[in-house]
Design a protein around this ligand. Structure first.
Ligand SMILES: [Cu+2]
Length: 329
């Protein structure tokens, strides 16, 4: 019996030592705090630096931005000088209602002093382009400079390589599919979008209506700033109201504010989206890809299901067309 206890203790310490080594190896890498992001969404990248080089302080950090990561804005750090390099993208990318052809491709924080015994984070904001396919792994090579020596976190695994086998892996981000789901709800930030739909239109109809329900499940006001749909070049946010017994409609140039906890229904005879000059008639049962843009929650992909005229969810409108009969745009 006497000899069993020490050997148990020995094996316990051996196992602990192994665990500790493995853990240290993982923590030692430069890594991204969030290693998953949706395509077509804003991404806050936080690079974690857990140690220096050869036990000396970190004095500089450079990050390279891969293709598909656009509209990059680094966060300044007290005690560090921030510099960026803007270069052309491999191809133009849609970004809200504009097209970006270039942007920040390299960020350097320099002149700081992060002792080996301390931990710090380097942050930038970015947008993962809409056309980055799901399951793409994006790599952000990082060069860490220290008082003595440097670490090049730049290794990118080949197809058959286990990333854990790499000595100095570049931080990576897995892109998951853009959030698109209807008639289920879509969540973005605190915003919950349900029942996005449109209605059949006759050939040559000047407009088509877009309807949906938005709930602000967050803590602060947000604003639906704009919307778009694949079959129209322009979409407006409208409000229909009865004034002195007359139905009037107006565009909401500043969008639609949704307060925390509030649910707003965009429906016939009320708030709605207006797709101007649809390029073709809308057919019952089809699903149209669209996008909403919120001031804070950012862009959200939404699918609008086209319903027949019989499927009214709200007050019927005399002339059809989503409650816009007789309205001149
Ligand atoms: Cu309208």
């Amino acid at each position: 019996m006497m000899s069993v206890v020490p050997s148990l203790i020995r094996s316990f310490f051996a196992a602990t030592a192994l665990l500790f080594t493995a853990q240290t190896a993982v923590l030692a890498h430069a890594a991204l705090e969030q290693d998953r992001a949706h395509a077509n969404s804003t991404y806050k990248a936080v690079i974690k630096i857990g140690h220096g080089c050869e036990h000396t302080a970190t004095t500089g950090l450079t990050v390279l931005i891969p293709d598909g990561v656009i509209a990059v804005k680094p966060m300044p750090k007290a005690g560090w000088t921030l510099a960026t390099q803007t270069k052309a993208y491999a191809k133009p990318y849609d970004y809200f209602h504009s097209t970006l052809t270039e942007g920040v491709r390299e960020i350097t924080w320099a002149g700081g002093n992060l002792p080996d015994a301390y931990y710090d984070e380097f942050t930038f904001q970015a947008f993962i382009a809409k056309d980055v396919p799901a399951d793409t792994k994006l790599f952000f090579p990082v060069v860490q400079s220290c008082e003595k020596g440097r670490h090049d976190w730049v290794e990118i695994p080949t197809v058959n390589q286990n990333p854990h086998d790499l000595k100095s892996p570049a931080p990576s981000l897995l892109v998951v599919a853009a959030q698109v789901a209807t008639p289920q709800s879509v969540k973005a930030g605190g915003m919950i979008i349900t029942a996005a739909r449109s209605r059949v239109t006759p050939a040559g109809a000047p407009v088509a209506g877009g309807y949906l329900t938005i709930t602000n499940g967050g803590q602060q006001d947000d604003r639906l700033v704009s919307a778009s749909i694949e079959i129209a070049d322009k979409t407006e946010i409208h409000e229909m109201a009865t004034k002195d017994g007359v139905m009037t409609m107006r565009t909401l140039p500043d969008g639609l504010v949704i307060k925390p906890g509030e649910t707003i229904e965009l429906k016939p005879g009320s708030f709605h989206l207006m797709f101007l000059k649809p390029k073709r008639p809308l057919v019952e049962g089809e699903v149209l890809r669209g996008q909403l843009a919120f001031e804070k929650a950012g862009p959200v992909s939404v699918e609008f299901k086209v319903e027949g005229m019989g499927g009214n969810r709200a007050a019927p409108s005399p002339g059809g067309g989503g409650g816009h009969a007789g309205h001149v745009h």
